[in-house]
Design a protein around this ligand. Structure first.
Ligand SMILES: Cc1cc2nc3c(=O)[nH]c(=O)nc-3n(C[C@H](O)[C@H](O)[C@H](O)COP(=O)(O)OP(=O)(O)OC[C@H]3O[C@@H](n4cnc5c(N)ncnc54)[C@H](O)[C@@H]3O)c2cc1C
Length: 511
């Protein structure tokens, strides 16, 4: 028998979506400890500007008058994910979001609203082009968090650029803030920073607790009902990225530094089966002077060109589809890094990117780092970025002709609702004809890895024979993603993390 230092019903490793599991466990009357590896609660979830959750037909959307149905949402999700993940798991996700919102809304600490956000496969059957499957947390005054305010991760500009903390929490910060506040009302719940879970303790084939490092000490915590691993992905661990073949690099991920995959490794050591380990949530990344390419979207102009000075993608496609397309072309040599956004001076010297997630800094810094270039003519610009001038000129001429015609016959930019979401519903085609001309360097970024421990519909981790490992649960990016190799809609990552954490806790409450 193990010697325990502490004892709880439920141990939750990770404080992003995992807080939904901690909250549910506490509300269901279980004692719970959250252990967070880093010095702040919130993980990547707290970095999300939207904190959006893809939860079709939930009460918030119904109150807003949606005519969506669960059957339509199931049709869509099945069509885009296919049979890459178990159908029962997909059904649980699509159906479960409504219940989790209903559960949370019973507590006055939670409030949500609809943020219309078109599905990411606009041509798939029953895609919701008006975006009525997406819900976000209502902003929260930071002061309501009291002492916990200083323990909340983010926003990204604070962590990366030293920006002051905001007075009002929005998006993922509001979601995490609301969970922290709600958890604090339960005396049977405790929250611990700087406490990474490093090992699981197994007795007679069941997970009965875990070893957590705290202040340099090994603390053995018994978990009578189970351990929930909701510790994000392993995007910050280059060694694991290489081992599992995840394109990109820790430098360019958006996940915070604690997402090293230690919980994945602990689960694997406990006999867990894994899936989708080479997968991530992808995006193009605007390269900043610190050398990191960061998730960028909402382009109000510009085209991407490769090393041949030729367009090679639909620049306005949903970011994960765009990222995957670029990675495929990096792999076959059609593109190399960096690739360039070419734009004119209509909006000035700064690239027409409205959501950089990490704010742009002074132009001189990009210029000094060789990331942004300006020239009076396209020929001179081509020379500065090392692409054939005749190709760049021809590319821009051809693009301008398509702009005039209103149709991108090369890459279909504007063919789907998402492409047009940031251009008032019009095709996002803007001519490049007003000098001086500019080029900005781009790379590949990711929002985190999404491969992990295989689970059943109650978030119970499965062994290699497909049997649940007693006492072990996983959710979010520590779990093999229900969405497989695609990103069906905004709000899938946080939605899946919140829902499966919640379901894990409910399962522990009845076990
Ligand atoms: C700018 C931006 C915007 C985004 N917008 C959205 C959006 O609107 N909707 C959406 O669905 N997704 C969005 N995403 C993606 C989403 O934020 C993440 O994929 C998701 O939040 C991951 O949740 P998680 O609970 O799995 O992990 P995380 O939120 O990353 O939390 C994991 C936590 O576990 C901790 N941890 C790691 N290892 C251990 C360990 N061994 N022991 C204890 N703790 C550990 C980490 O330090 C971290 O705090 C966005 C991402 C970014 C960067």
């Amino acid at each position: 028998m193990h010697t325990w230092n502490e004892e709880v019903d439920v141990l939750v490793a990770g404080s992003g979506g995992g807080l939904a599991g901690a909250y549910t466990a506490a509300r269901e009357g279980l004692s719970v400890a959250v252990v967070e590896a880093t010095d702040k609660f919130g993980g990547t979830t707290a970095y999300s500007g939207g904190g959006g959750m893809w939860f079709p037909c939930n009460p918030v959307l119904k109150r807003a008058g949606t005519d969506d149905t669960i059957d339509d949402a199931l049709t869509y999700f099945h069509a885009v994910v296919g049979d890459r993940t178990p159908k029962a798991l997909q059904d649980t996700y699509v159906r479960g979001g409504a219940e989790v919102i209903e559960y949370l809304e019973q507590d006055w600490n939670f409030a949500f609203e609809m943020l219309p956000w078109p599905d990411y496969f606009g041509k798939a059957p029953k895609a919701r082009l008006d975006g009525q499957r997406h819900t976000m947390p209502t902003p929260l005054p930071a002061a309501e968090l009291g002492e916990l305010r200083q323990s909340l991760r983010g926003p990204l500009d604070t962590d990366r650029l030293g920006a002051p903390l905001p007075d009002v929490l929005i998006g993922g910060q509001a979601l995490i803030g609301r969970f922290l506040k709600a958890i604090s009302q339960f005396p049977n719940a405790t929250l611990h920073l700087n406490s990474p879970l490093t090992e699981l303790v197994i007795e007679a084939g069941a997970v009965v607790g875990a070893i957590v490092e705290r202040d340099g000490q090994r603390v053995a915590i018994r978990a009578r009902k189970g351990v929930l691993l909701a510790a994000g992905g392993f995007e910050q661990n280059d060694e694991l990225r290489q081992r599992y073949g995840v394109p990109g690099a820790a430098r360019d991920t958006m996940g915070p530094w604690g997402n090293q995959g230690r919980a994945h490794l602990a689960g694997i050591a406990a006999g867990a089966d894994t899936d989708l380990m080479d997968q991530a949530w992808w995006s193009p990344g605007l390269t900043h002077p610190d050398g990191r390419s960061a998730f960028a979207l909402w382009f109000t102009g510009g085209i991407f060109v490769n090393q041949d000075g030729k367009r090679f993608v639909n620049e306005s496609a949903p970011y994960d589809r765009l990222g995957r397309n670029i990675i495929a072309q990096l792999n076959d040599g059609t593109a190399t890094l960096p690739y360039w956004m070419i734009y004119d001076d209509k909006e000035g010297e700064v690239p027409p990117v409205k959501a950089t997630n990490v704010s742009m800094v002074e132009t001189e810094k990009y210029v000094a780092a060789g990331l942004w270039h300006t020239a009076d003519t396209l020929a001179e610009l081509a020379e500065k970025i090392g692409v054939p001038a005749e190709n760049l000129i021809a590319t821009v001429e051809r693009f301008n002709k398509m702009v005039a015609d209103g149709v991108d016959t090369d890459f279909g930019r504007g063919d789907e609702a998402y492409d047009r979401a940031f251009s008032n519903g019009e095709p996002p085609l803007v001519s490049i004809d007003q000098g001086p001309f500019h080029a900005a360097a781009f790379g590949i970024s990711d929002l985190g890895t999404k491969g992990g421990l295989r689970t059943d519909t109650a978030a119970r981790v499965l062994d290699k024979d497909g049997n649940p490992i007693r006492g072990l649960y996983a959710a979010g990016n520590t779990m093999a993603a229900v969405s497989g190799t695609v990103y069906p809609g905004g709000g899938n990552p946080i939605g899946a993390s919140v829902l499966f954490s919640h379901l894990a806790a409910l399962d522990m409450a009845v076990s």
